[in-house]
Ligand binder design. Structure first.
Ligand SMILES: [Zn+2]
Length: 346
């Protein structure tokens, strides 16, 4: 299993790296217009890292990287350990949290997080990590990601040994549980991460459907700051600055095409709840296309995996650097005033 794990992960990362090198030529439509499912190709979940492969990868990196510490913050409904990979060189540093797979069928962000963690082990990143604390939760909803749930997934479209679903094993949407904290996964996050660390920024990584457009072109993703009424204008501004760093760095690649996400204002949503309860500047980033679903227009063909993994890597690497050198607090947020809201019928 171990060798399969590595090859699956490596294949996805190799695709991302290949695409960074030479393929992108400034075509803004490149990502968004990539193939979706729609019968074009078979969706195979075997290319995605399993929970065991993710844990194996994290333990390997933990053994290799002095600056990294791997912590278990709790267990899922089915008893899987939920892992936090953390780099805390100085508690006084600014701290950023990256959360992936609240929704278990949104996995390319997890693959990107593994890549980012591995790259932080490079000697060239040592001085960067002296100025910022970074917290990663790569596979929050591990039961949903493995399709190990107490409800049927017979209608899901992906072929392979497993299905992936949005919900946790109890069929609860964890990204609507940030007030009640009724599920063990959400409690672990709040009690052992959000309440423990002095977190300044957080990016909640997701995947959306495949059909959203801005200015006629399919988007590569969409972003949004907290929209709850329970946060100060200053916190919204800091969140918008975090979004500005993401937007500028994805946009300058030439292939990223980002819209504004149309999101709700409830504190049950992580983007809002983390901001309202802990004063964390938050950003939601929705990558295009889910790994599995029963509804075809939500599922993305794997030919676009490399682009989307790389978009998530760009997001994490750029924001780590901007928090470390303080440039995030000088970011120009005016682009938000003209960022078009994505839509599925335009
Ligand atoms: Zn999601």
């Amino acid at each position: 299993m171990r060798s399969i794990a590595r090859s699956a992960c490596t294949a996805a990362l190799a695709g991302a790296l290949l695409l960074t090198g030479t393929v992108f030529s400034g075509n803004a439509a490149a990502v968004g217009e990539g193939p979706d499912y729609q019968g074009n190709e078979k969706i195979r979940t075997s290319i995605l890292s399993t929970y065991d492969e993710v844990v194996d990868f994290l333990k390997t990196q933990d053994a290799r990287q002095d600056a990294m510490e791997l912590e278990v913050i709790g267990q899922t409904v089915k008893g899987r350990d939920i892992h936090l990979a953390k780099y805390v060189s100085d508690p006084g540093n600014p701290t950023i949290l990256y959360l992936a797979q609240q929704h278990g069928n949104e996995q390319l962000t997890t693959e990107a997080m593994l890549h980012t963690i591995k790259s932080l082990g490079s000697p060239s990143k040592a001085s960067l990590l002296e100025d910022v604390n970074v917290l990663f939760i790569p596979m929050f909803n591990a039961d949903g990601a493995m399709g190990d749930v107490n409800f049927p997934l017979d209608d899901y479209l992906a072929a392979g040994e497993r299905h992936l679903t949005r919900y946790n094993a109890n069929e609860v949407d964890l990204n609507r549980d940030h007030v009640a904290k009724a599920e063990p996964e959400t409690r672990a996050l709040h009690e052992n991460v959000l309440s423990v660390y002095d977190i300044d920024y957080a990016i909640d990584l997701h995947h959306q459907g495949t059909q959203s457009r801005v200015n006629g072109d399919l988007v590569s993703g969409s972003i949004l700051y907290p929209t709850t009424p329970d946060v100060s204008p200053e916190l919204v501004e800091r969140s918008k600055q975090l979004g500005a760093v993401v937007y500028q760095n994805v946009d300058r690649t030439g292939w990223g095409h980002i819209g504004r996400y149309d999101g709700g204002s409830a504190n049950t949503i992580g983007r809002n709840g983390m901001a309202a309860e802990y004063g964390i500047a938050t950003l939601l980033f929705e990558m295009r296309g889910m790994s599995d679903h029963e509804y075809a227009p939500y599922v993305l063909g794997q030919k676009s995996n490399g682009y989307l993994i790389h978009q998530s890597v760009v997001t994490m690497e750029a924001t780590i650097a901007a928090v470390a050198d303080g440039s995030v607090s000088k970011a120009d947020t005016s682009f938000w005033d003209t960022l078009p809201q994505q839509c599925d019928t335009c």
